[in-house]
Structure formats: C-alpha cells, structure tokens
Ligand binder design. Sequence first.
Ligand code: C2E
Ligand code: MG
Ligand code: MG
Ligand code: MG
Length: 304
Amino acid sequence: EAKTTGRDMALFYSMETDQRAVARQTMEQQLRRALERHELSLHYQPRLSAQGAQLLGVEALLRWTSPVLGSIPPSEFIPIAEETGMIRAIGSWVLQQACEQWVRWQQLVLDAGVGDAASLHPLARVSISVNLSAAQMSDPALVTDIEALLLRTGMPAHRLELEITESQLMDNAHAAEQQLAALKALGVQLSIDDFGTGYSSLAYLKRFDIDRLKVDKSFVRDMLANPADMAITRAIIALGHTLGLRIVAEGVEDLATAQVLSALDCEELQGYHFSRPLPVPELEAWACQHQPSGAPVREAAVLA
Ligand code: C2E
Ligand code: MG
Ligand code: MG
Ligand code: MG
C-alpha cells in the first residue's frame, strides 16, 4: 500500500475529476464521525480445521454503514482511515470490541437440557483474529495498549491473534521485528495475512516469530482452474511448513478446493464455502448448528 505524502495528495487532487475529489472528501468527513455515531461494527468469519472442520477461530472484519453513503467496503474506507490517521482510533476500537466479544462468548453456555450439566458454547473456545494496520504496527504504544486491554477485559493473550501483511513487516523490517517480539512476549498469536501478494525476504520471515501464514485468497479462489495458482499455493504451504508455521487458506469458496487444500496438508480453512463474515447473532446461530465432520475433509478428495 502506497504511503501518501502531501505532495502526492496535491497531485492526486489535480488529476482526479472534481467529482471524485468531492466524493473522497465526503467520505472522509463522514468517516470522521462514524465512530462516535456508532456506524462501525464488526462481522466475524469462522476459521476451521481442515482435519475435521472444527471451529478454531473467527476473524473480526470491520463494517461501516453510513446513513449518508450507505454501506462502504473496508477496501474503500480503510485506506482513507490510514491516510488521515483515523485508523489509530478505529483500530483500537476494533481491538477492544473483539476482546469484549470474546469475553461475552466465554460466558455463554449451551442449555444441554434438564438434568444435564450445561456445556460450553462452541464460541467459548475460539480465538479471535484482528487485522492490524501499518499505523498501528509503527505505533510505539501498541504493545502497552494491548497489554492494558487484555488486563482490562480479561481476555487471555493466547486467544488473541493479530494479522499483519508482508508489506507492513518489510517496509521497516527492523522496527517490525522488535514490535513483533514484544507482542509475542505478551503471548498473543501472530499471522501474516494476504501472503504471496507482497514481497517477503525469506531471511526475515525466519527471524519473525510468527505462528501462521494466510495464503491470499487470490491464489486459493481459482487454484483448481489455474495451475499457476495451485503451484503457488503448494509452494507457500511447503515453505510455511519448513519454517514450522501453520497454514491458513483464505477464500475457500467450494468443497472441492477445501478437499484439495486438506490433502495438501493445509491446516486451516476460511472462506464463503463455510461462512461469510457474519454479525454476532448470525455467527452464534451458525456456530450452534455447525457440525464438525470429525474426519478429514480430504477423505473424498481426488488429487490429479
Ligand atoms: P483480509 O484481512 O484479508 O480479510 C479477508 C477478506 O476476504 C474479507 O474482506 C472477507 O470478507 C473476504 N473473504 C473471506 N472469504 C472469502 C471468500 O471465500 N471469497 C472471497 N472472494 N472473499 C472472501 P473484507 O471484509 O471486505 O475486508 C477486506 C480487507 O479489509 C481485509 O482483508 C483487511 O485487510 C481489511 N480490514 C477489514 N477489517 C479491518 C480492521 O478492523 N482493521 C484493519 N486494519 N483492516 C481491516
Ligand atoms: Mg485478515
Ligand atoms: Mg488484512
Ligand atoms: Mg487476507
């Protein structure tokens, strides 16, 4: 993602049509009040084990519904939040919401019926993943803020997973290495998101104390139709395993892809095939009716 300087912005405005500049400005003005007006919310998307389709975690994904502009996808408003610095307030709101939500799920139990002991709700055992922006990663207060948040909410560190992209790591690899080490010392989990779309130095990848690689959905989505995507996905899985990392495939849209990924020893799967990102009540309903298969998804798979 490009860093936008004042000069770039001037150029941007001179090249854009007036209409687009006004639209961008309107969005920025609306976004400035979105938090205080309670227009932001989080949806959550399940992440499952490839072996047995067990619910392992959920990823928090930001949603903005503006009364003026309607619902705006994160790909449009997060870059604006980053350019304007609003992402710090938004990012810390996201972290707090996610931790508070985890604690609420922790307190839920399933009513197992008269005479039976109440059993844990399936969402009481999950981890929560939160996407971090570049501005948060370069914030010296990030680690102490997260430490304070964990203490305040009672969320155990090992249930919180932070997702960072390759470019966030590589743009300032030395600072990122120290920041990640400090986060890791808190006990949180770390993932590299959208892996394969940025650039990574393998030497650095080895030095970062990472738990998971998330294979970008652009490779996963078409891997059965596109041999290059399949080759890249296999290579990322092999590389990740060599480094002792767990692999998550994002953008799994159909059963056949899930089966092939499972046969390739990809540990975790996320995508529309299982569930879209959902608001809390719908996620809770999904989690209660979801049946883990108990057996590897791979059993029906036929690899070419
Ligand atoms: P991401 O972290 O890589 O999240 C995965 C994106 O892929 C989400 O898009 C999700 O809805 C979408 N997705 C999931 N499964 C499938 C599938 O099977 N097929 C397809 N085509 N797409 C799938 P979304 O929610 O629009 O978010 C886009 C990006 O915005 C995220 O990509 C993340 O980079 C960023 N983002 C979202 N929430 C936050 C946040 O709270 N903070 C920050 N800094 N970034 C966020
Ligand atoms: Mg992510
Ligand atoms: Mg991301
Ligand atoms: Mg991603």
